[in-house]
Write a protein that binds this ligand. Sequence first.
Ligand code: PLP
Length: 386
Amino acid sequence: MRGLSQRVKALKPSATVAVNAKALELRRQGVDLVAMTAGEPDFDTPQHVKDAALRAMQAGKTKYAPPAGIPELREAISAKFKRENGLEIPPEQTVVTVGGKQALFNLFQAILDPGDEVIVIGPYWVSYPEMVRFAQGTPVEVLTGPESGFVPDPEEIERKITSRTKALVLNSPGNPTGAVYPPEVIRAIAELANKHDFYLVSDEIYEHLIYEGEHFSPAHVAPERTITVNGAAKAYAMTGWRIGYAGGPKDVIKGIIDVSSQSTTSPDTIAQWAMVEALTNTEASGRFIAMAREAYRKRRDLIVKGLNDIGLTTPMVNGAFYVLSDTSRIDPDENKAALRMLEEAKVAVVPGTDFAAPHHVRFSYATSEANIQKALERLAELLKVG
Ligand SMILES: Cc1ncc(COP(=O)(O)O)c(C=O)c1O
């Protein structure tokens, strides 16, 4: 009999879709909208990376790649783990994927059996619990709030561990919170993984966007249990190239590769050569990252101060390009608040509902200072009107 599977029927399309659809409709009508919804850098991909892709095409590097990725890129990823994170992960324990997203998706398919539990720390990126459910696992939430700067308490995490706990997802710097966990918190959580024998999924996609504090990889503490996920998108402004990667235990990496081999075969070969350039031309890439980081830092300072000044409580956070702001003063229901912001102030944001962030909306500040200023002025006006 025809019909969709239960699994797909249960898949929740993101709440961002509703606001985005409305925003697009307003744009089509010619409305001057400030969009602060996008989870992507507003910078273009660096020229040296584009040039590498052109060279790859011209050299005929246009064929299928191995499911694990081209050897040159796996070498570059292994060297990156060593250079930037101090981790010893040999090339054969790495895999190249279609964005960090596919690394995570395949990983949950590879490690979860029905009913296995995965601890997710909220507010979280919406895809974690959905990917876990799609792999027939059960997400178990540990919630954090602005009072702790959205940093979890390892003791609270330990109370959620059961005999079914298969994995825990760490995301520092985090989406949608912008929180950077102190190394001692990451260390304590990694020690829990060792003590209770579960996997740590460390999504480090925003590692280069830290304004205060330092990045610490839990793989230092739990090397046999940590799968470190990263990608090209946020660090090198390469969202559309769809290149991500993971490094970790041999059997888990093989599981990820096996899922790829029966689904995508391999990521785009040309984009892989572009990523080799991004990872190995450390001078040019380093200059780009430093420029982008400085721009985001200024924007973060502007938006956090600006939102607090107009009465929308927003904790200062140190990473990624997001802030969560308490919009109860606009409407206690964050969906209604986001809709008022869109319709009355013409500022598009993402309501916190699906991130497990009630009363909050997410602002992405991957947009110009002029846009941020404009959004702040419009919201000040909205709050005045009441
Ligand atoms: C926390 C987090 N992880 C992973 C990703 C996936 O990025 P990509 O698949 O573009 O590499 C994103 C993208 O928004 C993200 O916010």
